[in-house]
Design a protein around this ligand. Structure first.
Ligand code: 4AD
Ligand code: MG
Length: 484
């Protein structure tokens, strides 16, 4: 007989038909009540057994974390908290769990700190919090594909191994099969990558954008959804060395259309989670309410989780130029009172997360799309604007800033003019031998096009309310940490 999933059974009507469920024991009370979880839902199925019908040796093996198969019938529950329960006829131990060993791990039934859970990342998905987060993550991933598929986009599988630096920021993980102790050297004494596996220097991709752009020039509308790698030494609660990015790229879209797409897309996936992850979001919302109780007033979330998500759906993102933002920041209280770590003195300053958070959380109190940034603080591929009235150079960049998260999306209209792009690459020191193919696309029917990158983990943080990015990806990779 096939086993059934608990999520479905909890919705089912009582029935005389015999069924089997398989899962892991969350608790066992009075030799009678097994709370069973199989990962299909945050909720456990109560399985009721008649202790007299079982040998002591078997009862002693129904321990927290053990895997069991329970066969019986679904009956109306006498207890509170659940509609139905399983009246057990047989219990089979599928995988034992020694209580003494369990007690040493996060599987022991008590509250564990998130830091402790991180150290046992191989077990943490069996806690309520991580079960909920990872189910929401999976739902969001599905929603991403659903959105693009419903809107006429093709997924492009861009390479993970590349020979170029898509962001021009030099934050790449090198790849090599050369002997690190004895690498071949060229005449100048440098490592001779011509003798390496790819016969050139190669690295893990920081972004699929450049390849996606070439595909948008043929398929019109494409998106990528894959892992990206950054060797930036940022030990923050919002940075990973390996994260998943979604990068749509659309031919004929200008920056305004790009903003419209990004806003529509985020709202769609957030709504999908609200509609399809009700129980997990309930749990996560309560978790945050409990967590907030131990925090000082100023650090508590201004809105409950679901209200925050609904707020995003209902309100237009505020679109603000970089120049306007600088004016707001310059005359802001924290700037005047020197409360910012980096004071905003003049136009051209790069915005730090304290500034982004001020704009979103204090000034506008809603998601903000900042656009038209100074050319020299943004990547080489962004389309150059005509100089402004004061002769300053800006590019058609956009960043979406979210409350509690900061930058969730970065994107731009791309420089489609061959000469302008070539000059930009020259002045920014982007090697043409690496990106000749990218440049060449500007020769053959080059058109206006735009795209953006959404950091998937930052989206999952926002939707689940988790405050550390290490807690929304199964096995986080950060500086000094590649365990598991
Ligand atoms: O702003 P970024 O660097 O933009 C790009 O990579 C462009 N190629 C995207 C495009 O236009 N197609 O990164 C995009 C997003 C950021 O807004 C952020 O959400 C996320 O990726 N991100 C990170 N997330 C986690 N850890 C990191 N180290 C991240 N770096 C960027
Ligand atoms: Mg960015």
């Amino acid at each position: 007989m096939q086993h059934q999933r608990i999520a479905a059974l909890l919705q089912a009507e009582p029935s005389m038909q015999e069924i089997t469920v398989k899962g892991w024991v969350r608790s066992f009370r009075n030799d009678r009540f097994i709370a069973l979880n199989d990962g299909s839902t945050i909720h456990n199925l109560q399985c009721v057994i008649e202790p007299d019908n079982y040998e002591r040796a078997l009862l002693d093996q129904i321990n927290v974390a053990a895997a069991v198969a329970v066969t019986g019938t679904l009956v109306e529950s006498a207890g509170s908290g659940q509609r139905v329960e399983l009246q057990a006829k047989t219990v089979k131990i599928l995988g034992k769990a020694d209580p003494e060993e369990v007690a040493k791990t996060i599987l022991s039934p008590k509250r564990h700190k998130l830091e402790t859970l991180r150290e046992q990342a191989h077990l943490r998905v069996r806690t309520n919090t991580f079960g909920a987060v990872m189910r929401v993550r999976a739902a969001l991933s599905f929603a991403v594909h659903k959105y693009f598929q419903e809107n006429g986009f093709y997924q492009a599988h861009t390479p993970i191994i590349t020979g170029s630096d898509a962001e021009g920021a030099g934050e790449m993980f090198r790849l090599s099969t050369l002997d690190p102790k004895n690498p071949p050297l060229d005449e100048d004494g440098n490592i001779d990558y011509k003798q390496d596996f790819f016969e050139k220097e190669s690295n893990l991709t920081v972004s699929g954008q450049l390849e996606a752009e070439t595909y948008a020039m043929g398929l019109g509308q494409v998106y990528t959804f894959g892992p990206t790698f950054r060797a930036e030494n940022s030990n923050t609660s919002r940075h990973l060395a390996e994260f998943w990015m979604i990068e749509p790229e659309v031919a004929f879209n200008d920056l305004d259309a790009n903003m419209d797409l990004s806003e529509d897309f985020i709202k769609y996936v957030v709504k999908y989670a609200l509609d399809n992850c009700k129980d997990d979001l309930d749990f996560l919302e309560n978790r945050l309410i409990q967590e907030d109780k131990s925090k000082p007033q100023a650090e508590r979330s201004p809105m409950e989780l679901r209200k925050k998500l609904e707020f995003i759906l209902k309100n237009n993102f505020k679109r603000v130029s970089y120049t306007e933002a600088i004016d707001i920041l310059k005359s802001s209280k924290p700037n005047k009172k020197k409360k910012f770590k980096y004071l905003i003195e003049e136009w051209g300053a790069d915005l730090q997360s304290e500034h982004e958070r001020y704009l979103v959380e204090k000034h506008f109190e809603c998601p903000v799309i900042l656009f038209d940034y100074p050319a020299n603080i943004k990547a080489f591929y962004m389309r150059l604007n005509d100089p402004d009235s004061e002769g300053r150079e800006t590019v058609r960049a956009m960043d979406i800033l979210f409350p509690g998260i900061g930058e969730i999306i970065g994107g731009s209209q791309r420089e489609e003019r061959y000469d302008v792009l070539k000059e930009k690459m020259d002045t920014m020191g982007i090697p043409e031998e690496e990106l000749w193919w990218y440049l060449e696309t500007r020769k053959f029917g080059s058109v206006t096009h735009s795209g953006f990158g959404l950091g998937f983990e930052r989206l999952v943080m926002f939707v689940t309310g988790m405050s550390n990015i290490r807690d929304v990806i199964p096995y986080p990779r950060t500086p000094g940490n590649a365990e598991f």
